[in-house]
Design a protein around this ligand. Structure first.
Ligand SMILES: Nc1ncnc2c1ncn2[C@@H]1O[C@H](COP(=O)(O)OP(=O)(O)OP(=O)(O)O)[C@@H](O)[C@H]1O
Ligand SMILES: [Mg+2]
Length: 241
């Protein structure tokens, strides 16, 4: 049995990508445990396996070998439909490129994950607005289209969409990669504040100043975690000049 207080347990996980002629081992025996309420970051050079790891934790893909437990559930035993339903409830995802839908307004973008759950419209709108305010967004945004907002504002909307269903885990793949420093600061502050409210967060970044805003930094190299260090909040982007 896996201890209940771990939201994520990654147990000896390997991942191979197989194309017609080549096999690429992207992960080679990763072990990692994340407690409920933790905020961790993953750093490492390009190609070290960060996105691969996040996609496995986010249940978008399955390991070649090894196990991933989310909230104590062994996800390897779930069939594809069960896994999709489990993912919708447990995981919120944020990407570098925001991935908002340009023809929908802000409120419609945020409520999307709730539609798949069959939640009535009024309730969806109420929760979408609540999520928007939680990420520091403004009510005046709700009827705007994504392209009428700045990059930092769009990323906060994407975070609102990721948390609207109250997921166990918020995953972010290079969420400040497309932002200038001022916008990155606002977005990172949003993650820190959500974490203070109890949100478990796993964030990938190339930027040490972003990583140091989390509690613990795991360094990936060639598909393995080669170093784990405590963050130094004095090096966090929010507090630097
Ligand atoms: N769909 C795929 N098919 C084949 N190989 C892949 C696939 N996705 C990733 N890889 C390979 O797996 C390895 C790890 O890739 P991954 O995208 O996880 O790295 P990363 O650390 O996220 O890099 P970056 O910092 O550039 O985003 C790389 O060698 C990559 O080329
Ligand atoms: Mg990547």
């Amino acid at each position: 049995m896996v201890e209940e207080d771990y939201t994520i347990v990654i147990e000896d996980v390997y991942k191979a990508y197989v194309t017609s002629s080549v096999v690429t081992w992207a992960l080679l025996g990763v072990n990692l445990r994340v407690r409920r309420g933790d905020f961790i970051s993953v750093m490492g050079p390009s190609g070290s396996g960060k996105t691969t790891l996040l996609n496995l934790v986010g249940l978008i893909d399955r390991p070649t070998k090894g196990k991933i437990y989310i909230d104590g559930v062994d996800t390897s035993v779930l069939g594809d439909r069960e896994l999709a339903e489990f993912r919708n409830r447990k995981i919120g995802f944020v990407f570098q490129t925001f991935n908002l839908i340009s023809r929908l307004n802000i409120l419609e973008n945020i409520e999307l994950p709730l539609i798949a759950r069959g939640i009535p419209r009024e309730e969806r709108w109420r929760r979408a607005l609540e999520a928007l305010l939680k990420v520091g967004g403004d009510e005046s945004w709700i009827y705007k289209r994504p392209n009428q907002l700045s990059g930092g504002q769009q990323q906060r909307v994407a975070i609102a969409r990721a948390i609207v269903g109250s997921p166990s885990i918020l995953l972010a793949d290079e969420p400040t990669g497309n932002l200038d420093t001022a916008s990155a600061r606002v977005v990172v502050k949003t993650f820190v504040e959500l974490n203070k409210l109890g949100q478990t967060i796993v964030l990938i970044t190339h930027n040490p100043e972003v990583a140091h805003c989390s509690q613990e930094i795991h360094v990936l190299r060639d598909g393995q975690i080669v170093n784990t260090l405590k963050s130094d909040s004095s090096r966090c982007l929010i507090y630097s000049k």
